[in-house]
Design a protein around this ligand. Structure first.
Ligand SMILES: Cc1ncc(COP(=O)(O)O)c(C=O)c1O
Length: 367
């Protein structure tokens, strides 16, 4: 049996006629950029995230970057980010001229450890970017309390966790400005690139609208040297359809995760994802950890199962950041995760017999 790491068929199949009708409507409208589809989706997504404003942008990296720009963060500033995040979180900081400062995650949840924030604080610290990694909400209560105490801004990186909650409150609604990605494989993905910034404050929302559109609120009048980073009409129309399925898809992800938890706990040396008290996960991924990760991945591959590593090289050891002065061994939890972590197939539409086969192979590997 071939079991892919991810497949769109069961998500897009039942929606195909609606998706085609929406795309056709946009094609026929003759209106392709910043029109009624983007407006309608922004409204629906803001409601979903429990904020007043959502601003559609080109992708998740730009959502982070424009959020930082709207806060005026730039050269000379420091921004705290987790040491085990996807590189986009750091790139967004670097784009502004600010310096990313790394804080380790908790090993068991893989999310930013609030207890590590104090040691990273300097007179230059301006903001924290908690990343809700792999689908799980960060411990936002202590993170927000720390930020408030020190006058810092918070920008959630909600690329992987649309719909998760902490203390009953949605991710993407805690920070001053919050970024998400609609990369196709995300819990809600476009059929191409897309992203959004979710915001409570009206003025900050207006700032992001300017930054995404040449620094302009009124056509041909430019207040800042902005960017061109806009969500397309066609993607907004498709996302509006997929948004209606997001909660059901997330529930299915949680059900599949519960099956993995039940079947794999205590197997070999496996460490399964742990959920922090008061937090929920929408299981964008199901990352397990094992000291025999590479052999296990090969074994699963030979058995027809696709897996991925999120991520094989932590940001501080990436060539792109060689000039930053970070060294091997400096962020041992991030390095340990890069060596031991393996993401299993988990997506709405993964069939019972497919998941059973993944579990059977893992059990037989350790038997
Ligand atoms: C944690 C995280 N942040 C940011 C991004 C950037 O999103 P995008 O690929 O849409 O630029 C991604 C996804 O790729 C991500 O996983």
């Amino acid at each position: 049996m071939k079991i892919p790491f991810f497949r769109f068929d069961e998500m897009h199949g039942p929606l195909r006629a609606d998706l085609v009708a929406a795309a056709t409507r946009v094609i026929d409208s003759g209106y392709y950029i910043l029109g009624p589809e983007v407006q309608a989706f922004e409204k629906a997504f803001a409601t979903y995230c429990e904020v007043d404003h959502a601003v559609g942008v080109g992708n998740g990296l730009e959502a982070l970057h424009l959020a930082l720009r709207a806060l005026g963060i730039g050269a000379g500033d420091e921004v705290i980010v987790p040491s085990n995040t996807y590189i986009a979180t750091l790139l967004a900081v670097s784009y502004t001229g600010a310096t990313p400062v790394l804080v380790e995650p908790r090993s068991d949840t893989a999310n930013l450890n609030p207890e590590g924030l104090e040691a990273a604080l300097t007179s230059r610290t301006r903001a924290i970017i908690p990343v809700h990694l792999y689908g799980q909400a960060c411990e936002m209560v202590p993170i927000m309390a720390f930020a408030d105490r020190h006058g810092l801004k918070v920008i959630e990186d909600n690329a992987q966790s649309q719909g998760a909650t902490c203390a009953g409150r949605k991710t993407g609604s805690w920070g001053h400005l919050n970024a998400t990605s609609f990369y196709p494989g995300k819990n809600i993905g476009a059929l191409g690139d897309g992203g959004a910034v979710t915001i409570h404050d009206r003025d900050l929302a207006e700032q992001v609208r300017r930054w995404r559109n040449y620094g302009s609120a009124v056509k041909y009048y430019n207040e800042v040297q902005g960017y061109n980073s806009r969500l397309d009409e066609i993607q907004a129309a498709l996302l509006a359809i997929k948004l209606q399925e997001l909660d059901a898809w997330n529930r299915e992800r949680q059900r599949l995760a519960a099956v993995y938890h039940r079947s794999l706990s205590g197997v070999g040396d496996l460490r399964l994802p742990k959920i922090a008290p008061g937090c929920s996960s929408v299981y964008h991924l199901f990352p397990i950890r094992s000291d025999q990760r590479d052999a296990l991945q090969q074994y699963l591959l030979a058995g027809g199962v696709g897996t991925l590593i999120h991520y094989p090289v932590p940001p501080h050891l990436q060539k792109a950041y060689a000039g930053q002065g970070w060294r091997k061994g400096q962020f041992p939890i991030a390095e340990d995760h890069a060596k031991t972590l393996l993401s299993l197939p988990l997506f709405p539409g993964l069939r019972e017999e497919e998941q059973a086969e993944v579990i059977r192979l893992i059990q037989s590997f350790f038997a």
